[in-house]
Design a protein around this ligand. Structure first.
Ligand code: SF4
Length: 298
């Protein structure tokens, strides 16, 4: 299989969006004011052990704040309103409709990205998403993190992988694009287990994948269990593993993230991950060294 991606070596979402919309597309990281069934007691309490109190929306804020942040740097760009914090379908359809419509009315907003849980997609919500999918650009993000239920239970994910698979099928049946989150470096997971999760996702063939390096952040369940942090990978091991994964990823799957993005002031481990640029450069160097690219080994 040839390298279709030039010097980037993999199918970055930034490039995909630029080709789709003809200009730079930026994501507005939004906190829509939702909570999560894994925090309010309906599914669980305390949330997933790796999740911060802001519902993994570290940099999320409001649309005007986000536009102000981004428009100075890229005045010609357009935006996808990304509902990131907590569970963004955990509300009545009428409430979601109001919030999504308000986002789409902002000048320059060309679509929606909605992060949620597989157990928060009942038929009426799927119907609502179907409606938005027909009138705007939309993708839905689901956090699998691992396919291994016994590890997910320890992480307090509070849904089985079978439910994730069903949600993927429900979204795909409506032609709604999906983006799947995986975490690399969960405690007790070997690289083989992580690769099994990657393979599981590749077989489901979502629109996109986000690969997160596990961060142990202050004030999370993980930090209570592992106050010294978790040190699964050195920086070089992680870089090589990312390339191992991408070599096995179908070429049409867009890659949205290949590392973590937690606030440095809250990070317990791995401290090397704050130098994100070094990781991204290291990945490119490793692609070149191996003369390889996304999907080469398929
Ligand atoms: S489902 Fe998402 S928002 Fe809810 S606790 Fe888990 S990671 Fe956090």
């Amino acid at each position: 299989m040839e390298n279709k991606f030039g010097s980037t070596h993999f199918n970055t979402i930034a490039t995909w969006l630029k080709e789709r919309f003809g200009c730079r597309i930026m994501k507005l990281s939004l906190d829509g004011g939702f909570t999560c069934p894994n925090r309010d007691g309906s599914k669980g309490t305390g949330g997933c052990l790796f999740c911060s109190e802001d519902g993994s929306g570290h940099y999320a804020s409001t649309i005007p704040e986000q536009i102000q942040l981004l428009s100075g740097k890229w005045p010609e760009g357009k935006y996808i309103a990304y509902f990131q914090s907590h569970t963004n379908t955990y509300a009545e359809p009428a409430v979601l409709r109001r919030i999504f419509d308000e986002a789409l009315e902002w000048p320059g907003v060309v679509g929606l990205a909605v992060a949620t849980r597989p157990d928060c997609l009942p038929p009426e919500i799927l119907d609502l998403l179907d409606e938005y999918n027909k009138k705007t650009f939309l993708w839905v993000e689901l956090g699998l993190q691992t396919k291994h239920d016994h590890i997910a239970e320890k992480m307090n994910r509070c849904y089985p992988t079978a439910q994730f698979d069903q949600a993927m099928a429900d979204l795909k049946a409506r032609n709604i694009l999906t983006v799947v989150h995986l975490i690399l470096g969960l405690p007790e997971e070997t690289k083989e287990m992580m690769m099994e999760s990657v393979q599981h996702v590749a077989n489901l063939h979502p629109f996109g994948v986000k690969l997160h390096l596990l961060h142990v952040l202050k004030n999370t369940g993980l930090a209570e269990l592992y106050p010294e942090g978790i040190h699964t990978f050195t920086q070089q091991e992680y870089i090589e593993f990312i390339v191992d994964i991408l070599e096995r990823m179908p070429q049409d799957i867009t890659i949205h993230r290949i590392t973590g993005d937690g606030p440095a002031e809250d990070l317990i481990s791995p401290l090397w991950s704050v130098k994100k640029r070094d990781i991204l450069n290291g990945v490119q160097k490793e692609f070149k060294r191996r003369d390889t690219w996304q999907g080469k080994l398929l």
